[in-house]
Design a protein around this ligand. Structure first.
Ligand SMILES: Nc1ncnc2c1ncn2[C@@H]1O[C@H](COP(=O)(O)OP(=O)(O)O)[C@@H](O)[C@H]1O
Ligand SMILES: [Mg+2]
Length: 243
């Protein structure tokens, strides 16, 4: 892919992204972000700008190695850009309390789920609530049960150990856990990667509901054209050019 095409793709993404609702300011944005890994020093992300709004499902797509997971860790505050800024509600993440951002404002669903296999479903969800340090207005058990309903898992799963669950069920628990402290933004790395079609559609229905009914900003990293097609906006990362 040529330089021009990559920049055109980015420009188109920004145009599509900002012109439909002028008074809605972005909740999260990449502002001229570049990133190089220390090891190897290769520039993986090159001057990327994009704005994410509440109430929408976004798909970040691109071939393997394009930098999707890197963008996810930049957006979630796990890594800091080498150049440029990540803006949360207009504030530079580098100048705000990133721990607070990660524990209150964004819920991350990792590709490998990162659930604790020997603990129960409810224990995994409550552990994440505890770690956030947030105050809850209802008993944590009640919130956890409510979250199971939201991700369409029967209440009986609350006491089931993670290692007894199927991949699709674990994905639902990972979503419930990410929602446990009620963040504004949900970001997921290949959430439908290992799931069959009907489970994939089910998971997408949950994400669409979170965005459209609850006003969350949902960002999904995916190489699935089907997931991209079901999203409101698609942010296409070009293949890395040889440098
Ligand atoms: N920790 C790391 N150190 C050095 N290079 C890395 C590291 N993680 C990823 N990369 C490189 O960065 C590029 C983008 O990787 P990644 O963001 O994982 O892409 P994707 O998720 O789109 O497959 C790849 O070339 C990968 O080898
Ligand atoms: Mg990846």
């Amino acid at each position: 892919m040529t330089d021009t095409t990559e920049h055109q793709a980015t420009a188109t993404a920004i145009a599509n992204n900002t012109n439909d609702d002028a008074d809605r300011s972005p909740i999260l944005a990449l502002d001229n972000v570049s990133y190089s890994y220390v090891k190897g020093g290769k520039k993986v992300i090159h001057d990327l700008s994009y704005a994410f709004e509440a109430g929408k499902v976004y798909a970040i797509t691109g071939p393997s190695g394009a930098g999707k997971t890197t963008v996810l860790s930049l957006l979630s505050g796990l890594t800091s850009p080498t150049e440029g800024r990540i803006l949360y509600r207009g504030q530079d993440l580098a100048k705000t309390d990133r721990y607070r951002f990660r524990s209150h404002d964004i819920g991350v669903i990792f590709q490998s789920f990162n659930l604790l296999p020997s603990l129960s479903v409810e224990e995994n969800i409550i552990l994440s609530m505890d770690a956030s340090g947030k105050q809850f207005d209802r008993p944590k058990h009640d919130i956890a049960i409510g979250l199971l309903a939201k991700v369409r898992l029967a209440q009986e799963y609350a006491n089931e150990r993670i290692l007894h669950l199927s991949g699709g069920e674990q994905q639902r628990v990972a979503i419930a856990r990410a929602l446990s402290y009620d963040p504004d933004i949900i970001i997921a790395d290949e959430p439908t990667g290992n799931l069959d079609m009907s489970t994939q559609d089910d998971i997408m229905a949950i994400f669409k509901d979170l965005a459209h009914a609850e006003g969350k900003c949902v960002i999904i990293v995916t190489h699935s054209p089907d997931v991209a097609q079901q999203s409101d906006e698609v942010f296409q990362l070009a293949a890395l050019r040889k440098r």
